[in-house]
Design a binder for this molecule. Structure first.
Ligand SMILES: Nc1ncnc2c1ncn2[C@@H]1O[C@H](COP(=O)(O)OP(=O)(O)O)[C@@H](O)[C@H]1O
Ligand code: SF4
Ligand SMILES: [Mg+2]
Length: 307
């Protein structure tokens, strides 16, 4: 049984357009993913593709004006709002994208110690700080005294000592030096190898490929492909979706050719396939309805022509 399941999640926000016309902006549409114990699932997608909102939906911390539909299950049971509150920071820990999640009024050493459920909190906190190269003096600092990179390491530490079974890490590495990035990625791998699970949200496909088992590719608020990391090789022949192939080929070590065009804004989503305006393989059938995600060659794809 998967440890975490997201089934047909949609999230929208009410927005007012010129003339006070009210519209519902669909920011996540029909998104499904599963996460198994022992696994790292990387969620890769451009800025604004809905990655943070997915994390916040799982944790139950979406803004109050968000409208959601779909089902999220943890260990086979539906995550109700009450259950999300009970499990947050305990069974499911978030490494938030924004360092503003630190409590500005509490010393960071103490913040990390309070997230320890069992064991010697002081020893665990010091050990994780050492691992992330945070000196002893940092224990007694307040968040405003930290650099961005130090704050991010404190947030990582909080999740790592929490004893959670699932860590959702939302872009945990920007601003960190390569030594610490390597440490954090290794730490996630160990965490998963010990039977827990990690959802690593990132726009850095190269880091993701180093440690993840599977990659979920996001585009304009939905998953277009779920592939095992081994599929990212050669010219992307084993990949399924035109967007994933294009992302892979756009990497500097491959063809380094950027993808023309840009991701549509939630207020201007096309009716058919969301990628159609940029897809060189698009046909008139692609413009009719958004394709369903389907299984293909031990992965998933949302494209009518993928084979
Ligand atoms: N509170 C909000 N109200 C309206 N739109 C929002 C809100 N939060 C995020 N969005 C929109 O949802 C989309 C996805 O946002 P987000 O999940 O933060 O993207 P990512 O983390 O992939 O960069 C963006 O277009 C963003 O503008
Ligand atoms: S459904 Fe059509 S437009 Fe969409 S990715 Fe597939 S081929 Fe391209
Ligand atoms: Mg984000």
């Amino acid at each position: 049984m998967p440890i975490l399941e997201v089934e047909s999640l949609s999230v929208s926000f009410k927005q007012y357009k010129a003339g006070f016309k009210q519209v519902q902006n669909q920011v996540i549409s029909n998104l499904s993913i599963t996460l198994n114990a022992g696994e790292i699932l990387a969620v890769v997608g451009a800025s604004g593709s809905g990655k943070s909102l997915l994390a916040h939906a799982i944790l139950g911390i979406l803004p109050s004006n968000a409208r959601t539909s779909g089902i999220i299950k943890y260990a086979g049971e539906i995550l109700t709002h009450a259950r999300q509150e009970a499990l947050r920071g305990k069974e499911i820990a978030l490494v938030p994208q924004s360092v503003n999640f630190l409590d500005p009024l509490m010393r960071v050493g103490k913040q990390v110690r309070t997230s320890v459920k069992s064991g010697d909190a002081a020893a665990l906190q010091r050990r994780v700080f050492e691992r992330y190269h945070l000196r002893k003096e940092v224990d007694n600092m307040y968040p405003f005294q930290l650099s961005g990179g130090m704050a991010r390491r404190a947030l990582l530490s909080t999740a790592m000592v929490s004893g959670a079974k699932v860590i959702i890490a939302d872009e945990p590495t920007p601003g960190l030096d390569p030594v610490v990035i390597k440490e954090a990625l290794n730490n996630f791998r160990e965490f998963a190898d010990n039977g827990c699970a990690v959802m690593l949200i990132t726009h850095d496909i190269e880091s993701a490929l180093k440690i993840a088992d599977k990659i979920a590719v996001f585009y304009a608020g939905t998953t277009v492909e779920i592939a095992r990391v081994e599929n990212f090789s050669g010219h992307g022949e084993a990949l399924r979706h035109p967007y994933t192939k294009a992302l892979w080929r756009a990497l500097p070590q491959n063809d380094f050719i950027p993808i023309p065009g840009s991701q549509p804004h939630p207020s201007e989503l096309p009716t058919g396939c969301l990628f159609a305006p940029r897809c060189s393989l698009a046909t008139s059938e692609c413009q009719v309805v958004q394709p369903d995600i389907r299984e293909l060659r031990d992965g998933m794809v949302r494209c009518i022509h993928a084979n």
